[in-house]
Design a protein around this ligand. Structure first.
Ligand code: UT7
Length: 334
């Protein structure tokens, strides 16, 4: 990534919101042919959070952004741009960003949703950073937010145990010291992988009909084994490439923050990169796979716990439907 602008974008604050309702693996045991043991062993997930019926994705995003503004001591009017990466927008349109803007009363901004599936946060972070690089904006919010519980078939043990709801937001601001902030990015899409992970109905190809509902086409469909193999490969290769390109050895990396889809995938990626498990950010055991919220929520929790220091090199990496994947190198600036 070449940033020829005057500024680097850095994360100046980060926050997260998870709903109160905890769904343990025992809940699925109560009505499906599954077990706590299988879920923990195969995925690392112990529990996840679900939003209430009347709480859409914008509810989680609004709570996360309200917290972000309080932590940074900003009024909503100071925000220039809100980007919401999500696969579970409140509606097809208007964008969830518009609903959130109205909820928080941000009078001087624009915004949009971005669909990059599990790589949505990475894609949105780089998109937001461009507006900082050029000097066009000074305060950009990127908030990964999802209500995955609305998209999974609760009768399908292959998928329903994997996902959770939540939101996490970062604030991007400019710095003239280009050795800090977002340093580099390697991002990819490959549409030939689309058949392995998708939600086939609800768009223009298969608009909602009695047939699409009966065939359960409005839910997440995944070929888990294929996605598993491609996820390890994609996250490992993009992370290794970004380390090599920036002359960074495993010793110099403070953390890797992989998309939290499966603990075994994350561990395999870290091991192949030569990173010990203390350098792997993990919160999948508490929240499951929250799609675009996994990476920022890890950053937020570790930051709140005082585990990230100024100057730390951090790799964010993701893989998801599309296929979409990549890695971002950050140097923590606060
Ligand atoms: O976030 C987007 C990217 N997504 C990912 O990165 C996810 C990638 N894939 C995975 O994480 C894993 O493939 C899964 C967690 C989805 C599945 O784990 P796996 O070890 O790959 O299992 P599998 O799909 O190979 O299935 C093994 C067995 C099957 O039974 P048979 O065919 O061997 O009799 C499944 O039916 O496990 C069965 N199974 C379950 N058993 C108990 C699948 N789900 C469950 C379940 N409880 N919940």
């Amino acid at each position: 990534m070449i940033n020829s602008g005057q500024f680097n974008a850095y994360i100046s604050e980060v926050s997260h919101f998870f709903p109160e309702k905890v769904i343990t693996n025992k809940y699925f045991e109560s009505y499906l042919d599954t077990s706590d043991e299988w879920i923990v062993e195969r995925t690392g997930i112990k529990e996840r959070r679900f939003l209430e019926k009347d709480q859409p994705t914008s509810y989680a995003a609004t709570r996360a952004i309200e917290k972000l503004l309080v932590k940074r001591g900003l009024s909503p009017d100071e925000i220039d741009l809100i980007i919401i990466p999500t696969v579970s927008p409140d509606m097809v349109y208007p964008a969830t960003a518009c609903i959130v803007q109205n909820n928080i009363g941000a009078k001087n901004c624009w915004g949009f949703d971005l669909e990059g599936a599990c790589s949505g946060f990475l894609f949105a972070l780089i998109t937001g950073a461009q507006f900082i690089h050029t000097g066009m904006h000074k305060k950009v919010i990127v908030c990964g937010a999802e209500k995955m519980s609305a998209l999974v078939n609760m009768q399908d043990r292959n998928t329903c145990v994997l996902f959770g709801d939540g939101a996490a937001a970062v604030l991007l601001e400019p710095t003239e010291d280009k050795s800090y902030g977002i340093i580099d990015a390697i991002l990819h899409i490959d549409g030939s992988g689309g058949k392995y992970l998708n939600q086939p109905a609800g768009g223009s190809l298969n608009p909602a009909s009695i047939e699409t509902v009966e065939k359960k086409m409005h839910f997440v469909h995944q070929d888990g084994r294929t996605v598993y193999k491609e996820a390890v490969k994609g996250m490992y290769e993009s992370s290794a490439e970004i380390m090599k390109k920036n002359n960074l050895s495993p010793d110099e990396i403070a953390y890797i923050v992989p998309h939290q889809a499966n603990l075994r995938i994350m561990t395999a990626v870290a091991e192949r990169l030569g990173l010990p498990k203390e350098k792997l950010m993990v919160n999948i055991h508490k929240y499951g796979n929250t799609t675009s919220a996994t990476i920022p929520s890890c950053l937020s929790e570790y930051w709140e716990e005082g585990k990230i220091k100024k100057g730390d090199y951090i790799i964010l990496t993701s893989f998801g439907a599309g296929f979409t994947w990549g890695a971002i190198l950050l140097r923590w600036a606060i």
